[in-house]
Design a protein around this ligand. Structure first.
Ligand SMILES: NC(=O)c1ccc[n+]([C@@H]2O[C@H](COP(=O)([O-])OP(=O)(O)OC[C@H]3O[C@@H](n4cnc5c(N)ncnc54)[C@H](OP(=O)(O)O)[C@@H]3O)[C@@H](O)[C@H]2O)c1
Length: 348
């Protein structure tokens, strides 16, 4: 690519916005030219507006950039959105109407029938929905979403198994990191020595989103996959990395060794196309009996691989295992950047 594509970040001051800024630093195809946030931040220099919570300093070119309001007119071709869901819906539509490609992390448009819920390693063909979206909404831009932070990791092993053995039913229990709730998130006194067994709207997302992602695009609509999921979600005292304990009833039974082989062998289009943010392996299988663990495994594949461990038979269903994935990388900014890379390659 000779000239870099200009990009902006909406919600640039938040937890996801900051991860975008970090991951876009030195990106081979994209150049971050605009940062935008709420009226509280607009007009300030970025370093004054954001409470920076990353382990490396604010990239030099961004530090003194003026934060803009989230309105079309930004000098860039596509925008990554890390906007709070209370405002994301309308703002993202305004940008798509003005001709921008919008890569959204918010829940607002994920389940819209004409909006791709995209995971390039699984359903790159769902980009076909953009044609319907543009015709129906009469805009030249597009909204493309990535899944909820815990769905993003879990759906990778689900895809590998559903396409080979079939999934009939599944129960998932998550242990989700604090950064999943944004900054400042839960007060420390609520979290220390505690587990919060409720994350608003999360179980519904985990039960619905995989069925759309693994659905089939036919005649301009996605026919949802027909398995059932029962989800329990919990917030735990972990900084980054969402863990999911999964039990699955398979269409065709298989021993743990075969399941491990299917998962470890899974690769897809982003690997073939060598997209810059694609991990070499979307799924990494660990055989250690006490892994994955958030502290040690969340950065696997640059935070883009789902790490699966403890694959074993399930006495109630057929197979059970753990999945760990990085909630702000694969589960948010990294996932959206991979989506944008796929769209660039397909000239959207
Ligand atoms: N954290 C995760 O792991 C994760 C993962 C996947 C998806 N998500 C989703 O990503 C989105 C952002 O999450 P987050 O954790 O980054 O939240 P956050 O830390 O609370 O950041 C929210 C961002 O939205 C901006 N904002 C709020 N009200 C606004 C308004 N009226 N107009 C314009 N901008 C406004 C904030 O700007 P100011 O600083 O100026 O207020 C801030 O930049 C949410 O929809 C969330 O559900 C989060």
């Amino acid at each position: 690519m000779s000239k870099k594509v200009t990009v902006g970040v909406l919600g640039a001051t938040g937890a996801v916005g900051q991860k975008f800024i970090k991951l876009l630093e030195n990106h081979p195809w994209f150049e971050l030219t605009e940062v935008a946030a709420s009226d509280r931040s607009a007009g300030k220099r970025y370093q004054e507006a954001a409470v920076w919570r990353q382990y490396s300093p604010i990239p030099e070119p961004i530090k003194n950039k003026t934060v803009k309001p989230c309105e079309p007119g930004l000098d860039c071709r596509l925008v990554f959105s890390g906007l709070d869901s209370s405002v994301a819906g309308e703002i993202e539509e305004n940008f798509a109407r003005a001709g921008y490609i919008v890569l959204s992390n918010s829940k607002n448009h994920r389940m819209d029938a004409d909006v791709p819920l995209l995971v390039p390693d699984i359903n790159p063909d769902h980009l076909g929905l953009i044609k319907t979206q543009r015709e129906r909404r009469r805009w030249t831009g597009a909204i493309v979403t990535n899944p909820n932070c815990s769905t993003s990791g879990m759906v990778l092993p689900m895809a590998a198994l559903h396409r080979t053995l079939g999934i009939r039913r599944m129960i998932v229990t998550t242990m989700q990191a604090l950064t999943g709730a944004g900054y400042p998130g839960h007060p420390a006194v609520d979290m220390l020595g505690n587990v919060i067994p409720f994350i608003g709207g999360e179980e519904e997302k985990l039960e619905a989103e995989p069925r759309k992602i693994l659905g089939t695009l036919r005649d301009g609509t996605v026919q949802f996959a027909d398995f059932k999921i029962s989800a329990h979600t919990n917030r735990v005292f972990v900084e980054d990395g969402h863990m999911a304990c999964i039990s699955i009833e398979l269409g065709k039974k298989a021993p743990p060794t075969e399941v491990a082989r299917i998962l470890a062998d899974y690769t897809s289009l982003p690997q073939e196309m060598k997209l810059p943010t694609a991990p070499e392996r979307p799924i990494l299988v660990t055989e250690e009996r006490d892994r994955p663990q958030p502290k040690f495994d969340r950065d696997a594949g640059g935070g883009m691989s789902a790490v699966v461990g403890r694959i074993r038979e399930c006495p109630v269903f057929d197979i059970r295992f753990l999945v760990l994935s990085h909630n702000t990388v694969r589960g948010a900014a990294g996932g959206a950047i991979l989506n944008a890379e796929l769209m660039e390659r397909f000239n959207y």
